[in-house]
Ligand binder design. Structure first.
Ligand code: PEP
Ligand code: MN
Length: 351
């Protein structure tokens, strides 16, 4: 249930609601929406709702049933700011409405020289976060599975060289303590979007979570997956549209551009677009990246490699360094066009 306090409710009155929830062993989640305090409780017990309604300062108690709670605008009207980095010598980067945080790097970490060259290049071109997989989810068990711990060490070295924080995928609960120790943000990949125990455990590390949309997942399912992380008390979730499976085979996946304004309307969480996995073809990455920016994305996740044809994973969709450098100013100009003028974004988003 969602408990809306009166705008003039006192801290003491809010405290009464929190105390009641603790008495019935429910963890209360406190937020602000439309100028009032809001408390979410993960129960729809009608007797409890009646008890809450009777407390002074409570304006309304709304049932929420099985739908998203903590990720919604009803729970929090202000846009979330997810901070990535700021430890281990890396820069602090904020992903939020109006930002354009480009996260770039190879699909997989392959070797020291390639990663360092790529990291330095994307940094100079204006990327703010380094990406690279150390544990790779591969369709075939015989394909390159990533360098594992060695990959994490190399990412940490690239971070030290560039001050870029890095995001890397975590595939299993067993790897979580290790990956969380190294990484600035944890990527939950499309294939694991509904791995609920992993979502919970990843949330509990307190690290920011980059949550990719499953290739057959609806936006409701994506938001409910985010809910698993938020329910642990970790507020730092970045949603990522990376294309979904459709009947169209000209691209690897179909980029659902509409996901960006829809998620923005329903949720306060930042939304980024991954044009690389949507396109599956490096010639299409630029147009899809720009479409994502124009739709109002807060950042992009792009695969880049110094010798893309020889990349060990996702070669076809990986940009070369010059291609990435040429794309960055175009990303900036579309972003600037969208945000120039007071209220430009709101007018476009209809929000
Ligand atoms: C990746 O980012 O390299 C990746 C495997 O992405 P996805 O989970 O979206 O397929
Ligand atoms: Mn990839």
């Amino acid at each position: 249930m969602l408990i809306l306090m009166e705008p003039a409710a006192t801290i003491r009155q809010t405290g009464e609601v929190l105390a009641l929830s603790e008495r019935v062993n429910l963890r209360p989640y406190l937020s602000q929406a439309q100028g009032r305090r809001v408390i979410a409780l993960t129960s729809e017990d009608e007797a409890l709702a009646e008890q809450v309604r009777a407390l002074p300062g409570v304006e309304e108690v709304r049932p929420l049933h099985d739908g998203a709670k903590l990720s919604t605008r009803q729970f929090q009207s202000r846009d979330s700011v997810v901070v990535v980095g700021g430890n281990a010598g890396s820069k602090r980067v904020s992903v939020t409405r109006g930002s354009m945080v480009v996260m770039a790097g190879p699909c997989a970490v392959e070797d020291r020289e390639t990663l360092l060259e790529c990291a330095r290049f994307v940094c100079d071109a204006g990327a703010q976060v380094l990406r690279g997989g150390a544990f790779k989810p591969r369709t075939s068990p015989y394909a390159f599975q990533g360098l594992g711990v060695r990959g994490l060490e190399l990412l940490a070295e690239a971070r030290a060289a560039t001050q870029l924080p890095f995001v890397t995928e975590v595939l299993s609960i067993d790897d979580l303590p290790l990956v969380a120790e190294f990484a600035d943000a944890l990527q939950i990949g499309a294939r694991n979007m509904q791995n609920f125990p992993l979502l919970r455990a990843a949330g509990e590390t307190g690290r920011p979570i980059l949550l990719k949309r499953g290739m057959m997942a609806t936006l409701d399912e994506l938001l409910l997956a985010a809910e698993y992380v938020l329910a642990t008390g970790n507020p730092s979730v970045i949603l990522c549209e990376r294309g979904i499976r459709t009947f169209e085979h000209s691209t690897r996946n179909t980029l659902d551009v509409a996901a960006v304004p829809v998620l923005r309307r329903r949720s306060h969480l930042p939304v980024i677009v991954d044009p690389s996995h949507a396109a599956g073809d490096r010639e299409l990455v630029g147009p899809l990246a720009l479409a994502g920016v124009a739709a109002g994305a807060d950042g992009l996740l792009i695969e880049v490699h110094p010798d893309p044809d020889r990349a060990r994973t996702d070669a076809e969709q990986t940009l070369s360094l010059p291609q990435f450098a040429a794309l960055m100013p175009r990303i900036r100009s579309v972003h600037k066009a969208l945000h120039s003028g007071e209220g430009a974004m709101e007018a476009l988003a209809g929000a």
